[in-house]
Design a protein around this ligand. Structure first.
Ligand SMILES: NC(=O)c1ccc[n+]([C@@H]2O[C@H](COP(=O)([O-])OP(=O)(O)OC[C@H]3O[C@@H](n4cnc5c(N)ncnc54)[C@H](OP(=O)(O)O)[C@@H]3O)[C@@H](O)[C@H]2O)c1
Length: 263
């Protein structure tokens, strides 16, 4: 039997797989990755081996297939990826709020693929008001999973005419306890979150050390002046800068994609 994740030996929402594998008379299992869930964590493979079943582990890249799951089992939090787009000189929007589009069609198609991989796409109330986004995957011929939309709301009313209401968004109160709001998404099974802004929400997530990864698209365009920043916070001194690890730089048509992780 070939399986992406270690079969478990306990009853959770569903009965355990290990007894079913034994009962089915399977003689060898090839497992992509050990399940980091503390209730499993090698227990499933031990139980299979104890029955004389041959077990090969780590042959695949289980974690890459479902990074949100692995992150959640290790930390108790969903995996948060901040997606941002800026001009080459680091501006996300002009002073009048316009930002569509700083990046090319290639970069935007790439960001739709990020949505397809996410369980949920999250925006702040400011972005909902400014951009009226749908947060769905729009790629030619795409018929797969659509991510759950999430709005982080604050003090001001949300626009009643926003197109996003058609997609039944989850609305979180982001001001009383943002970490608890994020955790509540995990309780609904939303483990890989793509946060698409805006600068106020992005700054709050970084400040609360909730952001795990970043994907920054830099458009081949210069603002040539000061518009709106990527993070809506003062930068008081060099010491306050956040160190990140740049993992990958990709060229997308006229733009760049920079993948990084927060330390
Ligand atoms: N280039 C890009 O990648 C990109 C991406 C997205 C958006 N944008 C641009 O960004 C602008 C909107 O951004 P924004 O910074 O004004 O708004 P935002 O970050 O989208 O949303 C901020 C609002 O969310 C609510 N909120 C609730 N809890 C919060 C918390 N803990 N931290 C921060 N906000 C919280 C507040 O709503 P209340 O106001 O109701 O209190 C707050 O004003 C638009 O111009 C949009 O076009 C650019």
């Amino acid at each position: 039997m070939f399986v992406t994740l270690e079969p478990c030996n306990h009853t959770g929402r569903t009965p355990p797989c290990v007894p079913a594998i034994i009962a089915a008379g399977i003689s060898r299992t090839v497992i992509g990755a050990i399940d980091p869930d503390p209730r499993v964590d090698g227990g499933g493979t031990d139980a299979l081996r104890a029955e004389g079943i041959e077990v090969d582990v780590g042959v695949g890249s289980g974690e890459e297939v479902d990074p949100g799951y692995f992150h959640h089992r290790r930390t108790g939090r969903p995996l948060i990826t901040l997606k941002m787009a800026a001009t080459l000189d680091g501006q996300t929007a002009a002073l009048d709020g316009s930002s569509q589009w700083i990046t090319s069609e290639e970069a935007r198609a790439d960001s739709h693929r990020l949505r397809a991989e996410a369980d949920a796409v999250v925006v702040g109330a400011g972005t909902l008001r400014a951009d009226d986004p749908l947060l769905d995957v729009r790629l030619p011929g795409y018929v797969g999973h659509q991510p759950q939309p999430v709005i982080v709301a604050g003090n001001q009313p949300l626009p009643t005419s926003a197109r996003l209401w058609e997609r039944n968004p989850i609305v979180l109160d982001g001001l009383s306890d943002l970490p608890a709001g994020i955790k509540s998404l995990a309780n609904r099974g939303l483990l890989a979150l793509l946060v698409e802004g805006g600068p106020k929400l992005a700054a709050s997530l970084v400040e609360a050390r909730l952001a795990d990864r970043g994907i920054l698209y830099l458009g081949g365009v210069l603002a040539g002046g000061t518009g709106r920043p990527l993070f809506d916070r003062p930068w008081p001194s060099l010491d306050a800068a956040k160190h990140v690890a740049i993992e990958k730089v990709t060229r997308l048509g006229p733009d760049l994609r920079i993948d990084f992780t927060f330390r």
